[in-house]
Design a protein around this ligand. Sequence first.
Ligand code: ADP
Length: 808
Amino acid sequence: MHPTPTIPSVTFASGSDIRDLFHLFQKAPIGMIVFKGPSLTIEFLNEKTLEVISKKKEDVLGKPLLECFPELEKFGVDKILLHVFNKGEKFTAKEFEANFYKEGKLYAGYFDFSAEAVLNSQEQTSGVMVVFTEVTDQLAARKKIQESEALLRRTKEQLELSINAGRVGIWHWDVRKNVLTWSKEQFEIFGVNQEEFKGQAEDFFSYILEEDRSRINAASRLEFERSDNQYEYRIRRKDGSIRWIHSRSKTFLNKDGNAEYITGINIDITEQKNFSEKLEKEVSERTKELVEVNRRLMEAQQIANLGSWEYDVATGEVTWSDELYRIYGYEEKRFTVTLEKAMERMLPDDLVKTKERMKMHTDDAAKNFEETGALNYDIPPAEYCILLPNGAKKILRSVGKIILAEDGTINKMIGTIQDISEQKKAEEEILLMNAQLNEAQEIAHLGSWEWNLLSNKLTWSDNLYNVYGVDRNEEITYEIFASLVHPDDRTYVEKIIEAALHTNQLHDFYHRIITPAGEIKILHARGEVLLDHEGRVIGMRGTGQDVTKEKQVEDNLLDTNKKLAERMEELRKALEADKLKSDFIKMASHELKTPITSIKGYVQLLLAMVKEKENEKSLSPLFVKSSLTNIEKQVNRLTRLMGELLDLSKIESGQLELNKEEFSLNELVIDVVQDVLYTNPKHHINIYHDFTSTISADKDRIGQVLVNLLMNAIKYSPEADKIDVTISQHKNSFVAISIKDFGIGIDKKDHERIFERFYRAEGPAEQTYPGFGIGLFIAKEMVTRHNGEIKVESSKGKGSVFTFTLPL
Ligand code: ADP
């Protein structure tokens, strides 16, 4: 240690004494400074001080301390000196740290120093004197020694620790005598008992694992040549455990240069080995993983036909991934790629375009940098073709990035290139198929649709847009579709769709639409409900076919069919009417001829009798009466026939008029029955007055209806002579008159038709009955004109009941 410089208390004398002292101070090997006043202005400093602070005298002399060294404030130098100045107390310090600027750099210095008040002649403090020695270098040296001492101590401690823990074994081999000596620890490491140890080199070798033995043999031979050796090997202990040993040895040679003895240490490094093996294993596993990832990446690139490239603009170097070589048709061949080489197989047109694009993008990237400072620029995808030597053409798709340096120059370009030839082919095929589908759809006036329930988006095929007359760019939703459905069909369509969502089945249906242009079309909708794997409805898809034309044709056909049927019916009726008419004419002439012939017969007979005067007297009045009665009968019949014909023509020309009057229906029935019985005296007609009523009606016409029905009952009952007439109430406000006979009856099929004009039930029996087929027609007409109804209940051979009603 250095003695702290101290200054003997001095009293300044004068003259040569002072000069000598000053010189002494100047040249002193210790630093000396005198500060004046509380401002600590530097009044004096010697050469040593100037050397330490590396400054010129004039730069500091006469200036306050902190003005020259403001950095010293941090170390409290000014405060210490002021304290000395104010209190007059001496201050000493050892290895005081003070950092200050020395030749422009902060210098860490250490100083032993003392500060003492300077007194003036009046014994007053006028300043402070500092004396110092720099100890920086000594301190550093001491620190170093301390550090190495600590290191030594630590090493020693570690060594001791190792030895104590039995991990370092020491051995010594006298080569010439082949005597091997082991330390206690060495025995422990090798797991060997001292008793079984013979103390020869062979002992050592016997413990080494067979695999390592030759290596150690070689190493031990080296020991004879080298003085310092290191090696690792494995031993097998008696308990069977394998241990890793690290060996260090030193060979001592004799004056002839032959190995005299070798001494060394063994350390059991099994744990470290295991650990590093584990580490190595982990590293190798990680490496394997990385290799695997890389392999997969390459595979992925291969599968995606994707290669990557990097272009270093400064060196002009291009790096290709393996897959890129393959894409460009170089397969396993590898070479240094340049920009020219990279573009070699491009089609001429594409080459020009690519170069243009590159220029455009680099310009853009630079412009971008200027505007935004962006150091990255994305090169948008571009497609181009390459031609391989075998004539195959490939379509490639490239994307990339331009990377700029901080100063905006282009550093690098990176990117990927994908072989999209297959994809393009598939795309073209799909396009073609789509076009074909569209064409087919157009021909069939058919469009397809898919409705995604989750997004409510309807996707329409091109032709469905045509069918609906909607602009192809319009996005279709269910609501838009519904708005196009004809308002009259909307609820119906909605119901069908709702049902489909419930039952998961969409049945075919037809509906109308109104296109935006106002055209009405008929669509045939077919489709199915789409479900997810859990059976939930996620949408529907199907087709819509414009069947307007077909429907029109179908409707027309139906219409025509109906009309045809009507025409047929008319024709049938006309034919029938014709037949009926000719039948009627035949009938009528026969019907009219019969009474006339009969009348003519009687008249001729009577005339003949009158002509013969001689017979005049013999003309019996009985004979005359019966002849005239017959004549009257025939005339009546003729009159009735004529009446019927007259009524028929009146009905047909709409001239039938009713003369309504109030009368008793029951009385009318009695009168008519009596009249009928008058000409048909053999019949029994019973009248049942279940109800008596007075009605307002045309009495003659109602009488005529009764006559017709009664005459028919008589006519069509050749075997029976009983007829029942019943007057009853009907539905409160009607009176019903029914005429029941027990005659031939009427087949069910004729029940309706007998009321038609000229209709006469056919059959061998019926033809024998005279008639026109207009009696019932007139009767029905009369009754209906009175707001009544007429009907028949009858079956063949069982008689008939004719009932007519009249309002009360
Ligand atoms: P017609 O002059 O032929 O009697 P009508 O119009 O009076 O004409 O009757 C039509 C047809 O109805 C008759 O031809 C006959 O076949 C049938 N018909 C009418 N009344 C009876 C009846 N009481 N019993 C059986 N058939 C009858």
